[in-house]
Write a protein that binds this ligand. Structure first.
Ligand code: ADP
Length: 151
């Protein structure tokens, strides 16, 4: 018996959660995909954030719902605009890695005021996108903590 309270045990447990235990599948589009394609992909894949990859399938940008809405207002032909024109681009992308603590990534979602963060793997050619952590990921963990009674 450790003498730790339930709340201390819970805190200890949560603070050890790693990104790779909770990451979901990333949905990516290519830099030369059109804004129209990106909107279609966002609906079909049912996600709110798309990651953009260039040559060698490495991360070059991020597209949020509002990025696509903004681009759609006052643009005649959404098929004619490639996403690399409107995306938020590297090096201004907040990323995380599979061994990172989930709590640190959750803090980044708040401080950067974003909905999703790509999980990346470092390669010689750039950052390979291997997963994603979103506000939904964190919400699911929060509910699981109560329903699975982790301690
Ligand atoms: P929305 O724009 O739909 O409210 P977000 O809050 O996720 O969705 O995005 C806000 C802005 O931040 C957008 O311009 C988006 O491109 C950018 N953004 C989203 N995710 C990231 C990220 N991981 N790193 C850097 N910028 C991001």
């Amino acid at each position: 018996y450790t003498g730790k309270t339930g709340s201390e045990l819970l805190t200890e447990k949560i603070s050890k959660f790693k990104v790779h235990e909770y990451q979901s599948v990333p949905i990516v589009v290519k830099e030369d995909a059109s804004v129209y394609d990106a909107i279609s992909t966002m609906f079909l894949e049912d996600v709110g954030t798309l990651f953009v990859v260039g040559e060698h399938a490495c991360l070059t940008g991020v597209l949020s719902r509002k990025d696509l809405l903004r681009a759609s207002i006052g643009t005649q032909d959404l098929n004619a605009v490639p996403v690399h024109i409107i995306m938020t681009r590297m090096p201004n992308i907040t990323v995380c890695r599979k061994e990172d603590l989930l709590l640190d990534v959750a803090s980044k979602l708040i401080t950067k005021q974003i909905d999703g963060i790509p999980v990346v793997k470092d390669t010689d050619l750039g950052l390979e996108v291997v997963g994603r952590i979103t506000k939904t990921t964190i919400t699911k963990v929060f509910v699981e903590l109560i329903t699975d009674n982790h301690i």
